[in-house]
Write a new protein. Structure first.
Lengths: 220, 220
DNA sequence: TTATATTTGTGAATCAATTCACATTCATTA
DNA sequence: TAATGAATGTGAATTGATTCACAAATATAA
C-alpha cells in the first residue's frame, strides 16, 4: 500500500519506527488522547519531529496543520501499512525452550499473528497439546503448511538443523520466515527472512561496557 | 579498546556486523581454515568486501596483503573488541515463559554471559530451582545485584511493571540492560539499554508480504 | 472576520554509511 | 631475485538517511 507505485524505497529503519509509532498510538488511544503532534510523538520515542513527519509522509499525509495527527485514525492507517489490519496464519517449528515461550505469548495473537500449527520431530512431543494446539510431526511439514495456508513460519529448532528445515519450508511455498537459530540461513531472493538474534544484543551491551564508558547509553 | 582514543564513532551496524564475523569465524575455525579473505567473509554474510575491510579497519589492521586474515587470530581480536574475552555476570528478572527459556539457554554461557541471579515476585517461584539457580525475591533486588557484582540485567517481566523494575535496577548501579518487554523504558543517559522486540520483526515480515511483493526478501 | 499561533509536509542541506578504486604490501612462482 | 598475482587498507566518491527551514494550511482567540 505504498502510494504511487512505490516510487521511493522505504528503509528498514522507517518500518521499525512505524512499529514504535503504532505501539505508542495504542497507548495514547487508551489515554483517550484525540490528537498528537509530531513533536510529542518524537519526544516520547527519542526522535526528532522532522523524522516522524518524514516517515509518515512516505505513505501519505495523515495530519492537520496547526493541530497534529488524529490518534485513532493514524493508528489505523499505520496498522494498514504494516498489515496489522488482517489476520496472519503462522506456523512454529521446534517446541523447545524458546518455542514453548512463543506459543504461550498472547501478544502475538492480539496483533493478528495466529499460531495455527506447531511442529517437532521429538516423538514425546508429537501429539501433545500446547495451548490448544496439537504438535504435528515434522514429516508432514510441507503438506500441512500448504493445507493450512500458512503465511509466516517461525524457526525455533537447533542451529544444526535449521537450514534443512528452512529448505523444506521454502519448498512449501512460504515467503516469510522469522528465524531464532543463530545461523546464517540461505533462502531464495523472493523469500523474506528476518533473524532474531539475542546474542547480538548482549554482545552490543558487552561492547558498550568495554568501549564506550565516556559516551552514553543508546536505545534502539 | 578502540584504537587511538576513539576518534571516530563506531556505528551500531558495524558492531552488529562484528558479531556476525565473530560467529562466522568460529565456523571457519572449526573447518580448520587458516586464513580468510574479505571477499569470502563478504560472500558468506551477503556484504561487500569493502564493507568488511572498512569495519575491521576501524579497530586496526589485522590482515596480510595478498593473503587475507588469519582466522583464529581475527576471531580472538574481534572477541576482544566485543568484550567476549571475559566473563560477564548477568541477572534475569522474571521467570515466566521467556525468562525460563533464557535460563535454559546454554549458548549465552558459552559466550561468557553467566546468569548468576534470577528474580521473581511470585511466591510459588521464589526459592524454586531453575538449572541450579534458586529464584530470589524481587524485594532483595538492589542488595543482591550489588553483592553479586552483576553487570548486565535482562528484563523479562510484564510490560506493565517493567519501568518500576528498571528504576530499581538503575538505582543498583547497573549500566547495561536488555529488555524483552514491549515498552519504551526510560533510563539515564549513562545506562545502555537495548530492546529485544520480537513483534517488530513479525511486523516487518507482515509489511513485506503486504507491500513488497515485487521486490525481494531482505535479511538483516 | 481578522490576526495570531501552531503544526504539517517537503524540498534543500547536511550528516553518515557504504562503495569505489587504487597504491601498497606481501606471498608465491619461475 | 625478479616478476606476477592476490588482497589489504584507506582516501575519495557516492549513495542513503536525517535534519533543517520555511511556505502553506488550519485552529483558535480577539
Ligand atoms: N532458549 C533461548 O533462550 C534461545 C535464545 C536465542 C536463540 N535460541 C535459539 O533457538 C533455537 C531453539 O532453542 P531452544 O533453547 O528452544 O532449544 P531446544 O533444544 O529446547 O528446542 C529445540 C526444539 O526443536 C526440536 N527439533 C530438533 N530437531 C528438529 C527437527 N529436525 N524438526 C523439528 N523439530 C526439531 C526439538 O525436539 C526441540 O523441541 C536454537 O537454535 C537456539 O540457538 C534460543
Ligand atoms: N513469551 C514470549 O514469547 C515473549 C515474546 C516477546 C516479548 N515478551 C515479553 O517478555 C515479558 C515476559 O513475558 P512472558 O511471556 O515470559 O510473561 P510471563 O507472565 O510468563 O512471565 C512474567 C514473569 O514476571 C514475573 N513478575 C511479574 N511482576 C514482577 C515483579 N514486579 N517483579 C518480579 N517479577 C515479576 C511473573 O511472576 C512471571 O514469572 C513480557 O513483557 C512480554 O511482553 C514475551
Amino acid at each position: 500500500m505504498i502510494s504511487e507505485s512505490s516510487k521511493r524505497r522505504i528503509s528498514e529503519s522507517t518500518i521499525h519506527r512505524l512499529s514504535l509509532y503504532y505501539r505508542l498510538l495504542s497507548v495514547l488511544e487508551k489515554e483517550s488522547k484525540e490528537t498528537v503532534s509530531s513533536k510529542e510523538l518524537a519526544e516520547r520515542e527519542k526522535l526528532t519531529p522532522a523524522q516522524v513527519r518524514k516517515d509518515l509522509s512516505f505513505f501519505g499525509s495523515f495530519g492537520t496543520r496547526g493541530l497534529g495527527y488524529p490518534v485513532s485514525e493514524l493508528k489505523r492507517r499505520i496498522g494498514e501499512i504494516l498489515g496489522l489490519d488482517r489476520q496472519w496464519s503462522v506456523a512454529l517449528i521446534g517446541v523447545g525452550n524458546i518455542g514453548s515461550a512463543l506459543v504461550g505469548y498472547k501478544e502475538f495473537q492480539r496483533q493478528g499473528f495466529n499460531i495455527k500449527l506447531i511442529f517437532d520431530n521429538d516423538q514425546r512431543k508429537i501429539g501433545s497439546n500446547h495451548k490448544g494446539i496439537v504438535v504435528a510431526d515434522i514429516k508432514n511439514l510441507e503438506k500441512e503448511l500448504r493445507e493450512n495456508k500458512i503465511e509466516i513460519v517461525v524457526i525455533a529448532v537447533p542451529a544444526t538443523v535449521a537450514q534443512y528445515i528452512v529448505d523444506d519450508v521454502v519448498k512449501a511455498g512460504i515467503k516469510a520466515i522469522l528465524n531464532f537459530a543463530p545461523v546464517n540461513l540461505k533462502v531464495p531472493e523472493d523469500v523474506f527472512l528476518r533473524n532474531e538474534n539475542m546474542s547480538m544484543e548482549l554482545e552490543y551491551l558487552s561492547f558498550a561496557l568495554v568501549n564506550l564508558f565516556n559516551g552514553r547509553g543508546t536505545n534502539r
